[in-house]
Design a protein around this ligand. Structure first.
Ligand SMILES: [Zn+2]
Length: 340
C-alpha cells in the first residue's frame, strides 16, 4: 500500500484543472464515495494493527494533500482570466505610488501661524491685487515714498491705483477698517516687488505679518511675543536682539535679530561671524495708521511685526538660492517629505 500512496502523492501534485468542473471531477475521482483515496481508507480498516501504525499517517497526509490541491485548483479556476486580461499577472503587487510632499514654504508658513495661533492670533487674508489706499496711504507712506515708484511696485495697466501688493500690511489695514479692537490677527500671503530675479531676490515672495491692537498694548508685549516666537521656531536657547529701524507704519520701529542657529552665536560664515542673523521687522503701530483706519489712537495702541517666509525657511533649512522655491524641481521638494 505504501507504494500506492507514494504514486498517488506524485500524481496529485501534478494535477491541473482548466475550470471548476474539471476540478470537481478530480474531487470525485480521488475523494468521492467511490474515489481512489476513499477506497484506500476502506482497505485500511482490514489491515492488522502494525500495518495500521505504519500507514495511518501517510494515508491521512495523502488525503489532506488531495483536498488542499483540489481546493486550490477550484479557487484558481474560479478566478480564471477572461480574454481581456490574458497575459496580465493579476497576482503581482501594485507598483508603489509616490506620495506628494508639502512645499517648504507651506510647511514653514503653517509652523509660523501655529505658533501665533497658540497666542490667540487668528488668520486674516486679503486680495493680492490691491489699491493704493490699503497698500500705501492708509499705512502712512508719504506721497513721494520710493515704494510708490514704478521701480519697486508692479502697477496693473496705466492706473496708478491698481497694483500688486508689496506687503501683507494691506490686510492689516482692511481688518482695522472693519473691526474695532481687540484685534489679534496674523496675515500670511504672497507679495510682489519689481526686482530682478537672483539667488537673493525674487519678484514674488511670501510674508507673514501679525497685528495686535487693544488698550494698553506696550513695547514689552511686542518684545515678549517676539521672544516666544523665536524660541518656538528656532529652539529654547535662541536669544533675540532688537535694533532701531524705520518703517512708515510703525513708531518706534525695530529689526529683530536672533542668535545664529547654526553656530549658536559663536560666529560662522552663515552669520558673517557676527553670531546674529536678521529675521524680521516690527514696531508699535503708528497712531496715524490707527486713525486712518478708523481706530481711536488716543484709546488704543498696538504692535505689528512682519517677516519673509523664505527668509525663515532659509534659516531653518539652509536653502542657498531663493529661486529654488519656485522652480518646482522634484528633487528639491522631495527633501522636505519627512521634514514634518
Ligand atoms: Zn553663525
Amino acid at each position: 500500500m505504501i507504494d500506492l500512496i507514494n504514486n498517488l502523492t506524485e500524481e496529485i501534485n501534478s494535477l491541473t484543472a482548466h475550470d471548476t468542473q474539471a476540478a470537481e471531477a478530480l474531487r470525485i475521482k480521488y475523494l468521492g464515495k467511490k474515489g481512489v483515496i476513499t477506497a484506500l481508507f476502506n482497505d485500511f480498516k482490514n489491515l492488522d494493527s502494525d500495518q495500521k501504525r505504519a500507514l495511518g499517517q501517510p494515508l491521512n497526509a495523502l488525503k489532506n494533500l488531495a483536498a488542499d490541491k483540489i481546493n486550490a485548483l477550484k479557487e484558481a479556476a474560479s478566478v480564471a482570466p477572461d480574454e481581456s486580461v490574458a497575459g496580465i499577472d493579476l497576482s503581482r503587487t501594485a507598483a508603489p505610488m509616490p506620495l506628494g510632499s508639502r512645499h517648504p514654504i507651506t510647511l514653514v508658513r503653517n509652523e509660523i501661524t501655529d505658533i501665533f495661533g497658540r497666542l490667540g492670533f487668528t488668520i486674516a487674508e486679503g486680495p493680492e491685487i490691491e489699491d493704493d489706499w490699503h497698500v500705501f496711504s492708509a499705512l502712512n507712506f508719504a506721497e513721494d515714498h520710493p515704494a510708490r515708484d514704478m521701480q519697486d511696485t508692479f502697477f496693473i495697466g496705466r492706473n496708478p491705483d491698481v497694483l500688486l501688493r508689496t506687503h501683507t500690511s494691506s490686510v492689516q489695514a482692511r481688518v482695522m477698517e472693519h473691526t474695532q479692537p481687540p484685534i489679534r490677527i496674523i496675515c500670511p500671503g504672497r507679495v510682489y516687488r519689481n526686482e530682478a530675479i537672483s539667488a537673493r531676490a525674487h519678484c514674488f515672495f511670501h510674508q507673514v505679518e501679525a497685528l495686535y491692537v487693544d488698550t494698553n498694548v506696550s513695547y514689552a508685549d511686542l518684545r515678549q511675543t517676539l521672544m516666544y516666537f523665536a524660541q518656538e521656531m528656532f529652539g529654547p536657547d535662541t536669544r533675540i536682539r532688537l535694533r532701531p529701524s524705520y518703517f512708515p507704519f510703525t513708531e518706534p520701529s525695530a529689526e529683530m535679530d536672533i542668535s545664529c542657529n547654526l553656530c549658536g552665536g559663536k560666529g560662522c560664515s552663515f552669520c558673517k561671524h557676527t553670531g546674529w542673523v536678521e529675521i524680521l521687522g516690527c514696531g508699535m503701530v503708528d497712531p496715524n495708521v490707527l486713525d486712518a483706519c478708523g481706530i481711536d489712537s488716543s484709546k488704543y495702541s498696538g504692535f505689528a511685526l512682519g517677516m519673509g517666509i523664505e527668509r525663515i525657511t532659509n534659516l531653518k533649512y539652509q536653502v542657498k538660492d531663493l529661486r529654488m522655491f519656485s522652480e518646482n524641481d522634484k528633487r528639491f521638494l522631495e527633501e522636505f517629505t519627512s521634514a514634518h
